[in-house]
Ligand binder design. Structure first.
Ligand code: TRP
Length: 433
């Protein structure tokens, strides 16, 4: 039976971009920038995305495309009866951990959509403190947090069990451009606020003294997280690509789209953060304290617009989050279905159950939330990416790989990337020790 494949390159790029563009760009990127000192972090992030992520993206995609199999099968085919198949385990563990804390933030987005619908962000006289207190109350109320998280997970569960992924993909094709346009509009609005200039400086004038091993690891981890690298998602999507399609351009386009969304989110948030006097290092709550402030001040200038912008914006964010989270849920489910020969409903229930329990714990404990957030990108995804690079650079036959991957990129994959990742890991261990 012929295996399904993406109709063409555009479809492949859209699917990969759908997985990549999500809360990682809109929620995580701005808060990481704020915690790690602005422009210097962005610079390391950009270098990592271009010089490390593009080659890793191509390597990971190569494994899937050349075997037309997902993780476990692909490693079994390319390196039969070796320990390499255990790399596939990252495909199950990673999505479950990510989905757990991701759903907490997905829940916040849902809560904020609800708040927009009930016109909570239209009072132009509301102070920044008042908006901060709204977020504080949401995080402080564990039961509400768990309820919103459950809502977000149920939406995921519904999409996966009803098999309507195709439906939401169609929807995302509409909401993603809307998100883009709204974010660009918010950038302009945010730049026009009094005091915004300090935020722009913060984003474009790097303070190199801020760069250390920890910042480098965090910037690299953010790049991996944002691109869904190192955990088999890109590998699996690439397994649906047609032979004649080009991995390099697919990789470059996906990275460009993803970078664009992250940078625009940064420029939408940071000027307003400075204009409102919010602490840039506020952490995971940053966008939830800043955006409502932007929306409600908009109400002063454009009364009719503010509620509409808020509603559209949080709807679009929710869909961006859903396309990412559904593909995580799918990754876990596919493992139980393909390798444990489990029925699909049962597999989905197991993954859902794990994420619900673990996600609720993340709601209750901020420390656990932070731990999972950091563990996945700084360690699991980075480590997974290292393994993919080493596999393609050292284990596979050079002549085969060179048919798809240009020589300079192969050189990066074989030498530079493993060395850089290991060096950054070591410098972190030394720093902590
Ligand atoms: N890239 C996604 C985002 O930016 C998050 C993510 C990380 C992800 N790993 C993934 C999505 C694996 C799908 C599959 O929001």
């Amino acid at each position: 039976m012929a295996r399904e494949s993406f109709a063409n390159r555009t479809t492949a790029i859209l699917a990969m971009a759908g997985s990549a563009i999500g809360l990682g760009n809109i929620w995580r990127f701005p808060y990481m920038v704020g915690q790690y000192g602005g422009a210097a972090f962005i610079l390391v992030y950009l270098l990592a995305a271009i010089f490390i992520c593009v080659p890793i993206f191509i390597s990971e995609a190569y494994i899937g495309k050349s075997t037309q199999l997902s993780t476990f099968g692909a490693f079994e085919k390319l390196a039969p009866n070796t320990g390499w198949k255990w790399v596939g385990l990252l495909t199950v563990i990673n999505p479950i951990i990510i989905l757990s804390f991701y759903s907490v933030v997905g829940g916040w987005s849902l809560a904020y959509l609800f708040k927009s619908l009930t016109l909570s962000f239209t009072d132009a006289s509301a102070t920044q403190e008042a908006h901060g207190a709204v977020f504080g109350a949401l995080v402080g109320n564990k039961w509400a947090g768990i309820a919103w998280l459950t809502g977000f997970l149920v939406m995921n569960f519904g999409v996966v069990t009803l098999g309507v992924s195709k439906g939401i993909e169609k929807f995302t094709k509409i909401t993603t451009p809307i998100l883009f346009v709204l974010m660009v509009a918010i950038v302009f609005y945010s730049l026009s606020m009094p005091g915004a200039k300090a935020g722009v400086d913060y984003l474009v004038k790097p303070d190199f003294s801020k760069i250390n091993g920890h910042v480098m690891l965090s910037a690299m981890g953010q790049a991996f997280f944002s691109l869904s690298l190192g955990m088999g998602t890109i590998l699996t999507y690439a397994s649906y690509m047609k032979k004649e399609e080009n991995l390099v351009s697919t990789g470059v386009y996906t990275v460009i789209f993803d970078l664009m969304f992250a940078l625009i989110a940064g420029f939408a948030i940071m000027p307003a953060v400075f204009a409102a006097g919010i602490e840039p290092g506020a952490g995971p709550g940053l966008i939830f304290e800043t955006l409502p402030y932007i929306f409600s001040t908009m109400g002063r200038d454009f009364p009719a617009l503010s509620a509409g912008v808020a509603i559209l914006f949080f709807t679009a964010v929710l869909f961006a989050a859903l396309t990412s989270s559904v593909s995580m849920l799918e990754a876990g489910v596919a493992y139980f279905v393909d390798h444990k020969k489990m029925a699909r409903g049962k597999a989905t229930a197991i993954v859902f159950g794990c994420c619900w329990i673990f996600g609720s714990l993340c709601c209750v404990s901020t420390r656990l939330f932070d731990f999972c957030d950091r563990l996945t990108s700084d360690f699991l995804m980075t480590f997974g990416s290292l393994l993919y690079a080493v596999f393609v650079g050292w284990r596979l036959k050079k002549a085969d790989v060179l048919q798809e991957i240009p020589r300079p990129i192969y050189f990066m994959v074989r030498w530079i990337i493993p060395l850089v990742i290991i060096a950054i890991f070591i410098s972190n261990l030394v720093m902590k020790g």
